[in-house]
Design a binder for this molecule. Sequence first.
Ligand SMILES: *Cc1c(COP(=O)(O)O)cnc(C)c1O
Length: 423
Amino acid sequence: MQTITSSNQAIALEDKYGAHNYHPLPVVLAKGEGVFLWDVEGKRYYDFLSAYSAVNQGHCHPRIKDALIEQASTLTLTSRAFHNDVLGPFEKYITEYFGFDKVLPMNTGAEGVETAIKIARKWGYEKKGVDENQAKIIVAENNFHGRTTTIISFSNDENARRNFGPYTAGFIKIPYDDVDALKEALSDPDVVAFLVEPIQGEAGVYVPSDDYIKQAKAACEAKNVLLIADEIQTGIARTGSLLAVCGNCTCEKSCEKQATYTKPDMLILGKAISGGFYPVSAVLADDHIMGVIKPGQHGSTFGGNPLGAKVAMAALEVVSDENLAQNARKLGELFRVRMQKLVDRYTIVKLVRGKGLLNAVVVNDTEESSTAWDICVALKDNGLLAKPTHGNIIRFAPPLVMTEEQLHECCDIIEKTIAAFEK
Ligand SMILES: *Cc1c(COP(=O)(O)O)cnc(C)c1O
């Protein structure tokens, strides 16, 4: 392997040999620890993306690393043709952790979404009595659920869709955070599920009305339709509670005791479920739903492998043992207070929104402008890494292990950067 000695050299290699399916900021990272990243030249940055919320526990968390190394030296993959001695304990752990009867483990988030879609359709035919091939799933406008052909079929991001057709049928798109539109769509008896992000992350961190998910669940229940929560980005303490569907509760286990909690019929998790060490995703549901899946009907060579299972258990232990939900809640409030001051003072930023440590600042320019990108490049030069989600929106999502002092230092960096753009 060629040794990388400069960022430019690494970028040139990617440009020449890699498909151009991403447009990264011009920084080449070589090391990570906790809330920090270092580039090839040794410059240190605060990470405000957390690999799209996959490293909520911070980079290279020692407890997760130890679990990975130990399991990697013992047994990594058996396939599901045989049992392995970590899968069962993992399944018990994660179902108790989130309060569901059963889990179906996969690898990437998109696979988790695909899995939930398949289960919902099968449930629709076998339990709800929908006619063959007629099942429909309601989704929200501006959703992001991944990149497979079926998932992009119900995206309304033209860049994600164009020239990838023909598209998978069977999806109804409604406006986000609109219970009336949901109720209207639910009048179709072929609807089997409503697939929704409790907060829309990729779309630009859109936080719906407080009772949106609760009302959506009630509306679905009334029509015998499954509510599927995609918490791949919002879950695992990111939004200041274990799951976004926990509402305002910060206890470290998902529970139905809290009035603010809305239990989805299916919960999709990914990203931080493994703390950034290994791709693990999961669909959780109770027996009357998960029971429709029989041997041979769904699976994945790597899904449920002992390495991923061990890593995921360690990653979830860290979330509860280090009270990451409470920390995300506390720091999130501080962050929005500090950003609101910038919004009040500078015309270049017009809005801050978010929950816990999933936040966005809206830049006062058009979606087509390069201002948000230029601000992110300047933030990088000042030692902080963030990325625009859509044109003029910058998402700020640091690892949840950040301290209050570090957060204030980061807000100082953001303020200094914004101030320099103002003139
Ligand atoms: C990232 C993400 C996905 C897709 O996960 P991948 O691991 O990239 O396939 C799906 N849904 C949401 C809400 C996400 O944020």
